[in-house]
Unconditional design. Sequence first.
Length: 494
Amino acid sequence: MMNALYIIVLVWCGLAGQAQAQADLSQLRQPTNAAITLPLGQGLDLIHGAEPLGKGRFRLRLTNRTNTVVVPDLGRGTAYTGLYGVAYGLRPELDLSLLVPFMMDSVAGLTKYGTGDVVLGVKWARPKVVPSRSYTSINLLLGLPLGFKGETGLDTFDGGVRPYSNHAVDLGLQVEMDLHFQHGSVLINGGFFRSGNPEVLPQLVYGLGLESSRRHQRLRFNLEYQSRVAFSRQTQASGVLKAGTRVEVFRGVELELNREFGFLDYPYASATTFGLRIHGIAKGRRRLESRYALYQPVIKAKPAYKPKRVTRLAVVDFGGFEEYQAGKRLVEKIRIRLEPHDSLVVVDLGRYADIPKKGSLSAEQAADLARKLGVDAVLTGSISDYKIDRFAGRRVPFVFETPQTQVDVALRYRVLSFAGGDPRRMETLNQQAGGQARVRDRVRLLPADPHDITVGASAREVEAAQDAALDDLAGQVLATMAAKFPWIPPDFLP
């Protein structure tokens, strides 16, 4: 694996050596909205990520690029841009960022250098739990006119190479969304940017990014496209496509290499950018840490389970939907899950006469049952929902159909626990839980027929889905009981 990483780095470095593509000087001289900048928190090279950093975590970015320019009456030179920024997780859902650009132009022995406009960012994301399957965020970006505004000898030749400051406050409001899967991620951005400089037109900026190998410890690949459309007195449009990779060279330090291709009014036809990303924790035990380690799910420590006595539990067959034998099957699944634990004994009610064995019992009936059988707890309730939807998939007539069968079950239940077997010390839990299972089939393109039951799941698959939904429901019930009662093993907690 390390040999492959070195080969990738060498190839990209070779591309960087050949990447002195000449920039379009007319486009480069136009002032731009400074708020349209690279992501400092989560994200790729152009496309921002909606995922928050997390409280107390930080990220440093150092990105560099060099392009060839040709100034009339002077000749060929270079334009260097360095973007240096930091992002910090102030709260689990709130990130703050600061970006400081550094620019240097050199043509025929004349040099101009200085800082560009500083950009401040505030991002609010939901959910605040990391990691998660999806995120949405709102990102407010503010460009401050703090860049170098002086003139040098280079500026006297046809206006120089490019302006370093926009001479006005720039604003941008962007909405971001992430979708994370097992082997990749999809990042979507869309925002509106406006400048106080009348020469900079309002712009609509949107983009799409794809990232693979997101969970790999050392190597990631990404592909992204961003489009900028300006509209007002006139219309301008530009687009840029980027392919890149990130390699972890040290713990918490990533080397990133990107190759970009510009379209329409984008000032660069092609270029290579490279830089570093540094991850770490700034609170408590300060350290650099890889993103792979920082964003692993936190495993909750389960308390040690040391029962002092054996608890006898009576589970009454749940009423409702007798045609599916739903209550009886659910009781059996609960009994099977509790059977490996020696501290719990599920009493077989079939061995006793003159006692209620089915349906939802009142508190008085449950207490009387506990007294007669000498049990420590009683679980009773009724199935409130048992739905089988064989056409739960999405369907666009004559375009596509995603066959899916979905089973939903719900239970209203009551648990009565008698501490030490004393009916006078009763603890009650009234709760409702649900279980769900799905059976999916391959997508059908151009379906000309209406819903066809022969296309969906077979009878055997539907039966298996019902069992899976009841399994899910049994797990939900036991998890709730484990959070409430000390005599249920914590192994059932999520």
